[in-house]
Design a protein around this ligand. Structure first.
Ligand code: ZN
Length: 92
């Protein structure tokens, strides 16, 4: 996504640096304010990037861990059943 906006001083097309609401014009060096829509969109995507690890952690805790717990529970149950079945043959 090419995000450009024109410098009000020289009219040069500036690429948005991706952060903040102000940046220097690449052509004349004037401090220009980034269009609010552009800045807020960048802030939103940054927020999304920061939230991503938490979303992954949430998914792991809610979906993966219970599944693992179930597998371990089933495994332990099967082992227990096998042990209970075999035990009489080895017991005295
Ligand atoms: Zn300029």
């Amino acid at each position: 996504m090419a995000q450009t906006f024109n410098c009000p001083n020289c009219g040069g097309a500036n690429k948005y640096a991706g952060a903040g609401e102000r940046q220097k014009c690449a052509y004349c060096g004037t401090e220009i304010s980034v269009p609010a829509e552009m800045a807020s969109r960048a802030a939103m995507s940054k927020l999304g990037m920061q939230a991503r690890p938490w979303i992954i952690l949430f998914v792991i805790v809610v979906f993966v861990l219970p599944a693992c717990g179930t597998l371990i529970g089933v495994g332990a149950g099967i082992l227990g059943a096998i042990a209970a079945f075999i035990a009489p043959f080895f017991g005295n």
